[in-house]
Design a binder for this molecule. Structure first.
Ligand code: OAD
Length: 229
């Protein structure tokens, strides 16, 4: 079975109603990254940071996967599909994708603020300041903040290196180290980018940029790959 490795970003969840970060009207226009998504912000004002992620989590319970998430599930009929997502939502899992790696953490999980290995499923959308891990430290969102290491990167790079086909969907490729994963694609591998934005992708050898929204673009590409596969 051929392997398709897929790198997804906020754009794949846009049609589900979740804002992207850097588009006009995106989250980083409304919020200052330094105020809500750094370890320093958490130190300074945990209430504010926690509120930001509580809102994101609450919204996640109100949205559903879209056509793009489902098209990736369908590809599993004929391909070994591995998803590497920068998203902290669980829409790939809810659509039914079986192999999903989260590079930047998961919104529905929380973890100890003194021991990263103590990760818990949160019941419902709200994490409260005062809720503690078994070691007695405040629970924090299980997300990677700016300035923190991305522990899944080596595994994601290895996986990227095994792709027979590589798809990139809905990411501005602005944030490293995730954006650097494309350099692990083996030479000669077909690479497709589905994103309606105007992007400079000249550094990605042989990439075919499909300038469509994730829903329609992924659906069409999946149909083509399923016919071939
Ligand atoms: P960005 O907001 O940087 O980029 C979103 C991309 O989605 C852009 O290239 C848009 O053109 C595209 N897009 C918008 N609507 C779309 C649609 N309907 N279909 C397909 N694509 C669409 O989001 P990411 O690249 O995911 O990290 O951002 C990467 C990381 O930066 C995030 O994981 C997050 C953020 O800060 C952390 O918080 C650590």
């Amino acid at each position: 079975m051929k392997r398709i490795v897929v790198l997804t970003g906020a754009g794949i969840s846009a049609e589900s109603g979740i804002s992207t970060f850097r588009d006009s009207g995106g989250l980083w226009e409304k919020y200052d990254i330094m105020e809500v998504a750094t370890p320093e912000a958490w130190e300074r004002d945990p209430e504010l940071v926690n509120q930001f992620y509580n809102q994101r989590r609450k919204q996640l319970y109100e949205v559903e996967p879209n056509q793009a998430h489902y098209a990736l599930v369908e590809l599993e009929k004929k391909y070994d599909v591995r998803i590497i997502t920068q998203n902290i939502d669980d829409l790939h899992e809810r659509a039914g994708s079986s192999k999903v790696m989260h590079l930047h953490g998961e919104l529905k999980k929380v973890r100890s603020s003194v021991d990263d290995s103590l990760v818990y499923d949160l019941d419902g959308w709200e994490l409260k300041i005062g809720e503690k891990c078994e070691l007695g430290s405040q629970l924090r969102p299980h997300v990677v903040w700016f300035g923190e290491p991305v522990p899944m990167i080596p595994a994601a790079a290895d996986l990227t290196n095994t792709a027979d086909i590589y798809l990139i969907i809905g990411t501005s490729l602005n944030v490293y180290p995730a954006a650097g994963l494309v350099s692990y694609v083996r030479p000669g591998t077909p690479v497709y980018l589905i994103d309606p934005g105007e992007m400079n992708v000249s550094h990605i050898a042989g990439v075919k940029h499909i300038r469509e929204k994730a829903g329609a673009g992924t659906r069409k590409l999946a149909d083509k790959l399923l016919q071939k596969g």
